[in-house]
Each structure stands twice: as structure tokens, then as C-alpha cells.
Design a protein around this ligand. Structure first.
Ligand code: DX5
Ligand code: ZN
Length: 227
């Protein structure tokens, strides 16, 4: 029997709306999807877990009302976490990730997310230990490795993220589980190849995409890292 297990995740772009034009957000999101982004990454900041304030569940809800059908990858940079899950799930989130340091009971929070039918992920900062993953690996649909300190777009890629990505990629491979490995922060045409080589398969891009003139050519350039 063929016992080689090869669960290869198709590399995808998750466009972070943090850098989008909020004066016509639905239009901007529609354009970035037409240009080839697969996921919409929704960066929720509460000015408590991170020193910045972005938006609440009204944003994904409004995008769904504007008939945006894409996969909503919600990144909660909030503390606490649990009391926000229901509203984001009902607003149309497909996946909710959170920072383990922002909840008292990581396993319970993961179960709460899944109880609403959403996929679940853990978001690790550059200094967060990886051992939090082991007891809950079978509950994870995504591991998000931050390659910047959370709270702001348009920051520079932290090189240590490559080591973290490689370590997470090994954990996923050894466990033979279908878990996406996402890298978030400072991803552009100069940093995406190293992140891909380190094992990432899901690439959050905010300012390098929404800050560009031509979304289609920006996405095509980014995807050159793996095509
Ligand atoms: C940081 C945010 C940003 C955002 C991507 O808390 O999570 O990393 O998604 O921002 P860019 O692509 O502009 O670095
Ligand atoms: Zn993010």
C-alpha cells in the first residue's frame, strides 16, 4: 500500500483589508478578488491586545451584505477572545484565528469557534513558544505565524519568522494533518519567496497589495514565488 502521506496545500494569497480603501471597501475587496486573491484576511484590533483599533464584526457582515462570497480569514488581535466569537461567526467568518496569549483557555476557545461551524487557527507572535500547538494540533485548521509585531500594516518582515515557519511546517508534516501554514506581515515580492521556501502556503498581503496601482500584476508578481 502507498503509505506516503503527502498533504500539499495549494499556495494562496490572503488579502488583508487593513490597508484597503474603507471609503469603498466592498468595491476594493471585489477588485482584489477579481485580481486573483483567494482569501480575504480580516485584521481585528481592539486597542487592548494590540496598540491599535481597527473594526468589529460589522465589517465582515457588511461585506457579505455586499455579496462578497470569498473565504473570510478573521485574525482576532483582541483580548479577551471568547465573547467575540459568536458575532464574528454570525457575520460570515469562515475561519477565526486568535493569539493564545489572549485567552485563559486555548483549547476551550478553539472548541467554541468550531461549535459555530467556523474553522479555527492559532496566531503566534515572533516570541510565542510553539509548544502550545502540540496538545491541540488535531483541532487546528490553520497556524498563523506573525512575521511582524501585531498591530499595524506596512511593517518590515522579521527574518526570524523563517525559522518559526520551518518548525511549524515540520510539526504539520510529522502530524500528517491538513493544517494551513499562514505567514502574516511584511509580505511583498522581496520576502514572499523566503516565506514560501520556509514552508508557508498561505500568504497575508496588505500594504504591498492595496498600496499598489495594479492588483492583478501585483498578485501575479507575488505568485511567481511558486509558479
Ligand atoms: C499586523 C497585521 C498585518 C497585516 C498585513 O497585526 O496582521 O500584518 O495583516 O500587513 P502588511 O501586509 O501591510 O504587512
Ligand atoms: Zn493579520
Amino acid at each position: 500500500t502507498n503509505n506516503t502521506y503527502n498533504y500539499h496545500m495549494k499556495p494562496i494569497i490572503a488579502a488583508s483589508i487593513l490597508s484597503a480603501n474603507f471609503a469603498h471597501l466592498a468595491q476594493d475587496v471585489h477588485e482584489v478578488l477579481m485580481a486573483g486573491a483567494e482569501w480575504i484576511h480580516i485584521d481585528v484590533m481592539d486597542n487592548h491586545y494590540v496598540p491599535n483599533l481597527s473594526f468589529g464584526s460589522l465589517i465582515p457582515k457588511s461585506l457579505r451584505q455586499a455579496n462578497i462570497q470569498a473565504f473570510f480569514d478573521v485574525h482576532l488581535m483582541t483580548r479577551p477572545v471568547d465573547n467575540l466569537i459568536e458575532s464574528f461567526a454570525k457575520a460570515g467568518s469562515n475561519l477565526i484565528s486568535f493569539h493564545p496569549e489572549a485567552t485563559h483557555h486555548i483549547d476551550r476557545t478553539l472548541s467554541l469557534i468550531k461549535s459555530y461551524g467556523c474553522k479555527a487557527g492559532l496566531a503566534l507572535n515572533i516570541t510565542s513558544p510553539l509548544d502550545v500547538l502540540d496538545p491541540v494540533l488535531d483541532k487546528l485548521d490553520l497556524i498563523l505565524v506573525m512575521s511582524v509585531n501585531p498591530g499595524f500594516g506596512n511593517q518590515s518582515f522579521l527574518p526570524y519568522a523563517k525559522q518559526k515557519l520551518a518548525a511549524c511546517a515540520k510539526k504539520i508534516k510529522d502530524a500528517k494533518l491538513p493544517i494551513r501554514l499562514e505567514v502574516d506581515g511584511g509580505i511583498n515580492t522581496h520576502t514572499i519567496s523566503a516565506a514560501y521556501a520556509a514552508g508557508a502556503d498561505t500568504f497575508v498581503v496588505g500594504s504591498a497589495l492595496f498600496g499598489s496601482k495594479d492588483y492583478r500584476s501585483s498578485i501575479d508578481q507575488l505568485k511567481k514565488a511558486w509558479v
